[in-house]
Ligand binder design. Structure first.
Ligand code: ZN
Length: 179
């Protein structure tokens, strides 16, 4: 399978798996917009052309949110891709606060590829919370979300200068708009 074929297979697979899901934002976007945005940010802001990283970006929420197994991803896309996805998958058996704390703790120890996926993920999520927050999130909850994202990204520094500076500008803008 060549690189373009692999990427398109991942896009189609993720679209099917996320088919009935919507983002939490008030405009209820189709979920697939998010993993596609993450992959696009890594490729076109981060200037990354590593096929396994971009494929993992498209698939990054399939284990956590759609019940796909790591073995299934390994069979379809190989061990490097499934490894990256597993690295950025939260353990849903843990309470939410603990999962959030562990993301901060684990960030510096992720592989380089998983750090890129995590950076793209945090950019996409904070963009959404800034521009189109969930209807029931008050200002304090949005601010706390941004602060948590900043803490996670602190552990990813050094992975990709372009994505990090994009993130920093986004956070400045988010803070301006959440005064
Ligand atoms: Zn995500």
């Amino acid at each position: 399978m060549n690189n373009l074929n692999k990427l398109l297979q991942a896009a189609s697979f993720a679209a099917q798996k996320h088919t009935n899901q919507k983002r939490k934002g008030s405009n209820q976007e189709p979920y697939i917009n998010h993993p596609l945005e993450v992959a696009n940010l890594i490729a076109n802001v981060g200037k990354v052309n590593d096929i396994d990283v971009l494929t993992a970006a498209i698939l990054h929420d399939t284990i956590e949110d759609t019940g796909v197994t790591k073995d299934e991803l390994t069979g379809l896309f190989g061990e490097t891709v499934s490894g990256y996805v597993a690295e950025v998958t939260d353990d849903k058996s843990l309470p939410k606060a603990e999962r959030k704390r562990l993301q901060i703790e684990h960030a510096p120890h992720l592989s380089h590829g998983a750090k890129l996926v995590k950076l793209g993920d945090k950019i996409s999520n904070i963009t959404d919370v800034t521009n189109n927050p969930p209807a029931d999130w008050d200002l304090k909850r949005r601010q706390e979300y941004v602060h948590w994202g900043v803490a996670v990204v602190a552990g990813l520094r050094g992975a990709n200068a372009e994505l990090e500076s994009y993130f920093d500008k986004l956070v400045e803008e988010a803070k301006r708009r959440m005064l």
